[in-house]
Design a protein around this ligand. Structure first.
Ligand code: C5P
Length: 220
């Protein structure tokens, strides 16, 4: 049933970190490896979906030959790519760790060490999940991720409603083995109506299967 549902569905997935350039040799980034998003992309491609993987800088390479990879660096590039692809997609899964802010200007030359203090002004990046959530049609499903350190469920549900997502995959930094840097993850999935599904710690490949199954069974 699941394979039947995903077969030929066009799906956009974001994965990995974004790098926000400061000067030719420096950037603001984060520790995301992209493993979770790539695992979801592989599973969906195996089920016959048409996968469009929009990835920030990672050391990973998609294995399934049908995955279409869009390599981007910054949040703005990721946003532009997703906004272009999404109108033809039935599902969007936003697992990237997008930088919330970027430097307000890019220094064409390397910033020299001079003063004791250096201030870099940051401006807000566009929110991809929220943009897709607010523009989605009745036949489109949007799934987001949340990494919370406190009031996890409350914050995740608030995020889901603010960004108009259909589901939020919550991973807590308080759970050992979950989140960045690990090959395992421990998630809960929260649906729009407030229903919560909790899963034990698993390899990200297995977590990907749980997320996909939950989408097919509850959002299709
Ligand atoms: O608000 P927060 O960054 O915690 O939200 C996380 C969710 O929103 C993730 O699904 C992430 O991919 C998405 N996001 C996004 N664009 C941003 C910030 C977050 O798509 N600029």
């Amino acid at each position: 049933m699941i394979a039947e549902y995903f077969k030929s569905k066009k799906i956009v997935i974001t994965a990995g970190p974004t790098y926000e350039k400061i000067d030719p040799v420096r950037f603001i980034g984060n520790y995301s490896t992209g493993k979770m998003g790539y695992a979801i992309a592989e599973e969906l491609a195996q089920l016959g979906a048409e996968v469009h993987l929009v990835s920030g800088p990672t050391s990973l390479t998609p294995q399934h030959p049908s995955i279409q990879l869009y390599q981007v660096e910054s949040a703005v590039q990721m946003y532009d790519t997703c906004v272009k692809i999404f109108p033809d997609c039935q599902i969007a899964i936003m697992s990237a760790a997008v930088a919330d802010y970027r430097p307000d200007r890019y220094n064409e030359v390397k910033i020299k060490k001079s003063e004791e203090n250096l201030t870099i002004h940051l401006v807000k990046n566009p929110d991809i999940l929220s943009t897709l959530g607010h523009s989605k049609k009745a036949n489109q499903i949007v799934v987001g991720f949340a990494l919370e350190t406190h009031n996890e469920l409350e914050n995740a549900l608030d995020k889901l409603r603010r960004k108009k997502a259909d589901a939020i995959v919550l991973n807590s930094l308080n759970d050992p083995g979950a989140g960045f840097k690990h090959s395992t993850n421990k998630i809960s999935i929260i649906l729009e109506k407030g229903t919560i599904f909790e899963f034990p710690l698993k390899e990200k490949q297995e977590v990907a299967k749980d997320i996909i199954k939950c989408i097919a069974e509850n959002l299709a």
